[in-house]
Write a protein that binds this ligand. Structure first.
Ligand code: ARG
Length: 265
């Protein structure tokens, strides 16, 4: 009798979680869960799933360490998923596929050091901001490019579909080389194939530290805000994510995650 009640409560809890986690899980798994609730209780793998779309080529926000995706975004997502009672699954993909993954429902949210832009707001909603960033310029040591104005007429590398890509388009007579990964642009710069790379400030610092002979220009392009992209019709998840983010900010978890990956200046 007690067991039965527990089962029922678990089913109810899972159904609730499924609302916030993936909707697919809710319809596909709920009936089965009802029959085997006692078994399900011990199997965390059956928790409703929250799918994050990212591009894990962007340290310190998301990158591979061994076979695992780690970084600020990965840890924020894990903390949010925990608050929502969902199991987090991270899907790595090309950066310019993330919005489509979210709008098509393939992923529940996109978290990828993604800048809030007017253009993207046409397709998705963004959560409250969790980080600020700037677009910066990386050049080879001793380069005659000393400021943004010197980029006119040059060959500039960017990661495809990023805000760096968009800003590069504003430069006069520029030749834009688009790479699938930010790191590939940096490599091309190291090899002298291009004159500069426009990329977000924190990944830029990591790439410059890891590759000899590269420097960051002092002058930055723009101020940007990072946020989580969520499908427009999923206002339930948006609300829950914002509540979770506020709690994680309030209790210092968010800052602790950032401090773990970014040394204070
Ligand atoms: N902040 C830039 C943008 O939103 C670049 C983000 C790239 N992120 C990544 N995970 N590769 O376009």
């Amino acid at each position: 009798m007690k067991k039965k009640l527990l089962s029922l409560m678990l089913v109810a809890a899972m159904a609730l979680a499924a609302v916030a986690c993936g909707s697919k899980e809710e319809t596909a798994e709920a009936p089965a869960a009802a029959e085997e609730a006692t078994e399900e209780a011990e199997a965390p793998a059956d928790k409703a799933v929250l799918v994050m779309a990212t591009n894990a080529e962007f340290p310190p926000y998301e990158y591979y360490e061994g076979g695992e995706i780690v970084g600020i975004d990965a840890e924020i997502a894990a903390a949010v998923a925990e608050k929502l009672g969902c199991e987090l699954v991270i899907e790595d993909m090309a950066f310019d596929s993330i919005i489509a993954a979210v709008t098509s429902g393939k992923a529940d949210f996109g978290l990828a050091g993604m800048t809030v832009t007017e253009d993207r707001l046409q397709s998705v909603n963004f959560s409250d901001t969790y980080a600020h960033a700037t677009q910066v310029v990386i050049v080879a040591e001793g380069s005659d490019i000393t400021g943004v104005a010197d980029l006119d007429g040059r060959k500039v590398g960017v990661q495809l579909g990023t805000t760096g890509d968009i800003y590069a388009e504003d430069i006069t007579d520029v030749t834009i080389e688009r790479y699938n990964k930010g790191f590939e642009a940096v490599q091309a710069l190291s090899q002298g194939k291009i004159d500069a790379v426009i990329i977000d400030n924190e990944p830029a610092k990591v790439f410059v530290a890891e590759n000899e002979g590269l420097v960051l220009l002092d002058e930055a392009f723009t101020e940007e805000d990072y946020a989580m992209a969520i499908a427009k019709d999923n206002t339930d998840l948006l609300e829950k994510v914002n509540t979770a983010l506020a709690e994680l900010t309030e209790d210092g978890t968010l800052q602790a995650i950032v401090d773990k990956y970014i040394a204070a200046e």
